[in-house]
Design a protein around this ligand. Structure first.
Ligand code: F6P
Length: 462
């Protein structure tokens, strides 16, 4: 294999450049050219296929820095629809004209679904990336536990899981953890610690929303910031129990910190944070968010009198506040753990292609004997009986529903990732790079500006 394409699809993470870098380093050793496709699958929909050479003369371009978050080749949420045969044929023709013999997609479960149709025409492998940590399986047969029925009015299908009956065994996990997750937890847990001091000082109840869609891994990881309550999307919110727990904490310590994953659901399975039908003055739909929805429920259930009687505020509205950690948990410099394993996974993806594999996924495994190690798993193994790939959700044994906190299994899971996640250079970089006079004197220099100068198009290829 002489020339490989690489694209980065879906939401960015702090560790994508580290994955691309790992792929380029390995490709240099093997004397393989790597072409970066601009803005994920979007590049392939464009007849001119914007792209950059990432290793001219088998040297990484200087813009490719594994310590910089995001992706220098851009990302988008465009995916290939397997039904659109003509489009797929066009895409393959373009890749052939670019002399690309194999493709690495850096992405999550959506990307894996998207790359599948392409794998019938050229070798494609996935290097995992997601802060949500939802690409993977808790155990091999998990995809077979999905059931589906037709949606209302013929609109697609509704999927649901039969309850898992497995004992959790970390060695059985496929893709134990994905680069990007550790840095997202680092930012979120730190945010929770910081909000605590305000909650303490002002006798307030903080609800902090973290990302993760329908998976509660990030919420679980915020346990490092010692919130009093963690709510994860996998366990329906029991409002009675929640109010009871909040009151216990509030009466004891005069403040409560609650973390909620953005996809939390009520007992009927409705997501608390979905779009509300209300509109703002200009007619736009207001996106309320899970934390805000939970706040409304708590304001109503706990009531003003409770806080007045305790002399801690006039209204529940005044005491209970919300914050989202937001996109800062998805950006910035990746921690050592993410950088190191992202690089190995990128390198593994190149090896998989060179070994002649197709529709395969580089994975990060863990076992007692070896600790973390890189392996691979066939893409088809992630599919359910109808071919769909689902986001991984927390195994029930990770979470204690009654305590509303992580369980001992959850603790063991996190410790393996986070014990040595922060490198000495991570702390040193904070000391050296933020309060430097250069930041005050010079404007931000965008990497996109440099990368634009390198972009080429299919019709310009020699
Ligand atoms: O999948 C990654 C993720 O950060 C989710 O946790 C979150 O729901 C979503 O992407 C946010 O996407 P966007 O940046 O497009 O708003």
């Amino acid at each position: 294999m002489k020339r490989i394409g690489i694209l980065t699809a879906g939401g960015d993470t702090p560790a994508i450049n580290a994955t691309i870098h790992g792929a380029v380093v390995r490709a240099n050793e093997l004397k393989v050219e790597i072409i970066g496709l601009i803005k994920g699958f979007n590049s392939l929909f464009n007849s001119r296929v914007p792209h950059v050479r990432l290793n001219p003369l088998f040297q990484a371009i200087p813009e490719l820095d594994p310590t910089v978050g995001g992706t220098i080749i851009g990302a988008s949420r465009d995916y290939i629809n397997p039904e659109e045969h003509e489009k797929i044929k066009d895409i393959c023709g373009r890749l052939r004209r670019l002399k690309i013999e194999g493709l690495i997609c850096v992405g999550g479960d959506g990307t894996l679904n998207g790359m599948q149709p392409l794998s019938e025409f050229l070798p494609v492998v996935l290097a995992p990336k997601t802060i949500d940590n939802d690409l993977g399986l808790n155990y091999r047969i998990e995809p077979e536990e999905w059931q589906r029925k037709p949606g209302e009015k013929g609109s697609g299908h509704i999927y649901h899981r039969i309850p898992a009956e497995t004992q959790f065994d970390p060695e059985q996990m496929i893709n134990y953890v994905t680069p990007g997750f550790a840095t997202a937890v680092f930012v979120s847990a730190g945010g929770i610690q910081r909000v605590r001091t305000t909650a303490e000082s002002h006798r307030r109840i903080a609800i902090i929303e973290v990302m993760g869609r329908h998976s509660g891994f990030i919420a679980l990881g915020t346990a490092y910031g010692q919130p009093d309550v963690i709510l994860v999307p996998e366990s329906a919110v029991d409002v009675d129990l929640l109010v009871e727990r909040i009151k216990q904490f509030y009466e004891l310590q005069k403040n409560v910190v609650i973390v909620c994953g953005e996809g939390i659901v009520d007992k009927q399975g409705n997501e608390l944070g979905v779009e509300k039908a209300s509109t703002d003055p200009s007619g736009n739909i207001i996106l309320s968010g899970a934390a805000e929805a939970l706040r409304r429920v708590l304001i109503e259930r706990i009531g003003d009198k409770y806080f007045r009687d305790l002399r801690r505020g006039e209204t529940a509205r005044e005491v209970i506040f919300t914050r989202k950690v937001g996109h800062s948990q998805r950006g910035g410099r990746p921690l050592q753990f993410d950088r190191f394993y992202a690089g190995l996974l990128g390198s593994k993806a190149v090896d998989l292609l060179v070994e002649g594999r197709n529709n395969d996924v580089a994975t990060l495994q863990w076992n007692h004997q070896k600790g973390f190690y890189v392996d691979h798993f066939e893409g088809n193994g992630f599919r359910d009986l109808w071919g769909h790939i689902h986001a991984r959700r927390l195994h029930p044994s990770f979470y204690d529903q009654h305590q509303m906190k992580l369980s001992h299994t959850g603790i063991d899971y996190l410790i393996r990732i986070f014990n040595d996640a922060i490198g000495a250079d991570d702390t040193e970089s904070i000391r050296k790079t933020l309060f430097t006079s250069g930041n005050l004197l010079q404007p931000y220099h965008s990497l996109n500006t440099d990368m634009s100068k390198r972009i080429r198009f299919l019709d310009q290829e020699l």
